[in-house]
Design a protein. Structure first.
Length: 307
């Protein structure tokens, strides 16, 4: 009987074309040496070892991967296939019936992130071991051994500073030094339109405004001016902040929202709370009510809850 340490992982040659397969993964680590673990999500082209996207967030999350995809789509294009681990951010276990009529459990990209990936026409299938996606795993190990040192040398202590350094300095230097030429000069990346990127790379939450034009999102309440008792979709992204859209609007028009109530103990993931803090509350708490409430509006009825 083979022991766990004796597992065999045959070598898999690189793909021949750029964009034929991109490995993605998140690596949590105490990057700033402050005792707080944050996550860098990264994407590495299998054919060249080139880093085509890297982004840090408070934890591995939908918003972080969307920013990695944004970098990849803008700078390179849409790949043929993605190769992540079996993360629940992408895959959901569902029951299906096989050819013999038996019920089997399979993993499908039916989460919000998985559906976004398939909307771009990208194939996605999970790796069942770290060795299977060794290119991105080795990049993660390189980051953990070198990047935190770079942060200390440059006095980088915030996520915003880290992302700017990653995109402007570290990733270009890494690719120049370590990326290799593919077997084929033909690229399989497909150019992405600005419309595709803007309309699809976002976290979406459906809801309905009440009599005051307020919609709830897991403890947070947002006022959508001009929308009373109507269905709306709250959209969030690291790049564009928070806005509302109307379901079925093919033009994906953005409508402004105003924060009117917070509940930091609610079930909303930490990375979303940080985004809301950054968009609405940063350096504005002393004048919070004056900025986000207009006297004489329907929001006066809610004002006492945040006093």
């Amino acid at each position: 009987m083979r022991k766990r340490g004796d597992q065999i992982h045959p070598y898999r040659p690189r793909k021949e074309h750029r964009g034929e397969l991109v490995q993605i993964d998140g690596t949590p680590y105490d990057w700033f040496g402050d005792g707080h673990v944050r996550c860098i999500q990264a994407a590495v082209d299998d054919a060249t070892g080139e880093v085509v996207g890297a982004y840090m967030t408070e934890n591995e999350c939908l918003l972080g991967y969307l920013e990695v995809f944004r970098q990849m789509f803008i700078n390179h294009g849409i790949p043929v296939a993605l190769y992540p681990d079996r993360t629940r951010l992408i895959f959901k276990e569902v029951e299906e019936t096989d050819e013999q009529g038996r019920t089997v459990h399979v993993e499908r990209p039916e989460t919000q992130l998985g559906k976004i990936i398939t909307l771009f026409g990208i194939d996605v299938f999970p790796a069942h071991s770290p060795q299977a996606k060794g290119r991105v795993e080795r990049f993660n190990r390189t980051l953990q051994s070198r990047l935190s040192v770079q942060f200390r040398m440059r006095s980088i202590h915030t996520v915003e500073e880290a992302n700017k350094f990653l995109q402007d300095v570290y990733v270009p230097k890494f690719n120049k030094r370590f990326a290799c030429s593919p077997k084929s000069d033909e690229s399989m990346y497909v150019p992405a339109s600005a419309g595709q990127i803007c309309s699809l790379l976002k976290a979406s939450f459906s809801g309905c405004t009440d009599n005051a034009g307020v919609v709830s999102l897991k403890g947070y309440r947002f006022y959508v001016p001009g929308f009373i008792r109507k269905k709306v979709v709250l959209c969030l992204s690291e790049r564009d902040g928070i806005w509302a859209e109307v379901p079925g609007d093919l033009k994906c028009r953005k409508y402004p929202v105003q924060l009117c109530e917070t509940d930091t103990t609610g079930p909303l993931p930490e990375v979303y709370k940080v985004l809301i803090e950054k968009v609405f509350l940063q350096n504005a708490k002393p004048r919070f009510r004056e900025v986000y409430y207009e006297p004489g509006t329907v929001l006066d009825a809610v004002k006492q809850k945040v006093s």
